[in-house]
Write a protein that binds this ligand. Sequence first.
Ligand code: HEM
Length: 206
Amino acid sequence: MQSLQDKASEWSGVAAADAFAIDDGNIFESLGGTPQPFVDLSTNFYTRSAIAPLFLDQRLSALIRTDLDFLLTSTRLIPGSNRVYEDEEEWFREIFSGSKKEDAIQNQYEFLIQRMGGPPLFSERRGHPALIGRHRPFLVTHRAAERWLHHMQQALDTTESIDADSKVKMMNFFRHTAYFLVAGNEMTRKQSQSVACKHATSKPAE
Ligand code: HEM
């Protein structure tokens, strides 16, 4: 039987060696040894890109009146500025609807700091990462993985505090992990289906 790692490599198109090239050096240290690049990335991933507020600020100072409609329209005009919580795809936004944005941002950057060689902030606050188990409540499909990766690619592209080489390594890790989670999600759903069937089966009438 194909392992979850093998499925992740096949579906993501990223070999395990490339996915775990993040461990060849210490990305946390090479980015300055501070949480800031990871806070930037996760904020960028979950919320609007840094370009949008900057644009809004410039517009705001030029505006004598505060016209909310105008501001909202202007934000939408910026291509690719919408991230996870403002995604135009409702089915994808829905997956995150039970989580507070601020918590989601903190959960992600603490995990990334830890995984990229920094202090174990995530485990200290949340316990073992156990990513498959933590994603169990959500429908992590191939389509959801591609949408997640789309946002992450956009977020990485517009995070200036991360260098190009680290971006490539991190994206390979993200692609592989996303499909590892898809494979894990399929597996846990199949398992719970078979367990549910066994408990729900009624005894045939005699
Ligand atoms: C949390 C969805 C991929 C790491 C979450 C949450 C959702 C979600 C809905 C809850 C938000 C929160 O409260 O923190 C997805 C989907 C993915 C995906 C649809 C598509 C494949 C990934 C990947 C990683 C990752 C690739 C790691 C590289 C995490 C972490 C948390 C999280 C660390 C926080 C868990 C916690 O603190 O309990 N994800 N995720 N996710 N995700 Fe994902």
